[in-house]
Design a protein around this ligand. Structure first.
Ligand code: ZN
Length: 291
């Protein structure tokens, strides 16, 4: 069953690399019916960034890839920029705790500037490593996270959070952290959510669900806001580490074709949730390409 005309098909979190498939992966997404990508930046170099110039170059690479995909493939790409929280671990051993924190906060300020200049739509990924870290690093991770939430508040944008899997209490803690920093929890997205979160239990924090078949089936009827994502890594050395970029459009087609579900349900993750969290609507033109 074809997807309804005019319905955007949105992957809320992926990565693309100039050293990976890049634009070719976006072609696969488009061929499967995808229209819009939220493209999270990443470190494209072999070692951890140790200067602000390196972060500026990284953000530039993400932005250029976004333009290229739009021009060559007709998929609209929204850059999501921030220094990766795990960079703090490597930078701490090279620059010391204070040096690593200062660099990280400067890179967050830079990302906020890009958002205010409309060259990015959110700060991400921000948050905490998903593995145990030294107490010294924990201290700067928490400081950096607070700064990220404040920059999002001042830049009037959402944050996309990287962290270990969260329990219901973990979502509440995240909401409390955001509120403390003056950011509405409704602007906080927990990326890579792998189990269904009952709506109304997160005090506004928004799950972005990994688009595994079973999970999509489970969440598709739920009230929004929530998103679907692949966290596609575009890393030829790690094929299959996460879902392929064609997954969200394929799952969308399956939801539309399932008589117990139906295409109407797709407006929640692809239209209403984007509107609620980001404040605008992804548009699809008459040719089915993103505008
Ligand atoms: Zn990611």
């Amino acid at each position: 069953m074809p997807l309804p005309r005019g319905l955007p098909v949105v992957d809320h979190h992926c990565h693309l690399s100039p050293h990976g498939e890049g634009v070719r992966a976006a072609e696969r997404f488009r061929a499967a019916g995808g229209t819009h990508l939220f493209l999270a930046t990443q470190n494209y170099e072999a070692s951890v960034p140790l200067s602000l110039e390196t972060y500026a170059r990284q953000f530039e690479t993400t932005w250029l890839l976004a333009q290229k995909v739009h021009e060559e493939v007709g998929v609209r790409v929204y850059p999501v920029l921030a220094p990766y929280p795990i960079d703090l671990v490597g930078a701490c051993s090279k620059l010391g705790a204070q040096g690593a924190l200062d660099l990280h906060c400067a890179a967050l300020d830079l990302a906020g500037r890009w958002v205010r200049e409309k060259k990015a739509v959110a700060l991400g990924e921000v948050g905490r490593p998903h593995f145990p870290i030294e107490p010294e690093v924990t201290t700067i991770v928490e400081e950096a996270f607070r700064h990220a939430l404040e920059v999002a508040r001042d830049s009037d944008c959402p944050v996309v959070v990287h962290s270990a899997d969260l329990s219901a209490d973990g979502f509440l803690e995240l909401a409390a952290r955001a509120r403390e920093a003056g950011l509405r929890p409704e602007r906080v997205v927990k990326h890579y959510t792998r189990t269904r979160v009952a709506s109304g239990t997160t005090e506004g924090v928004v799950p972005s669900y990994l688009a595994r078949r079973e999970l999509v089936r489970e969440v598709a009827g739920g009230a929004g806001p929530w998103f679907l994502e692949t966290d596609f890594l575009d890393d030829p050395k790690r094929p299959g580490a996460v879902l392929d970029l064609a997954t969200v459009p394929r799952r969308a087609a399956a939801v539309a074709a399932d008589p117990s579900q139906g295409a109407d349900r797709l407006y929640v993750p692809f239209v209403q949730s984007v509107e609620r969290v980001y404040g605008w609507r992804p548009e699809v033109g008459p040719e089915g390409a993103a505008e």
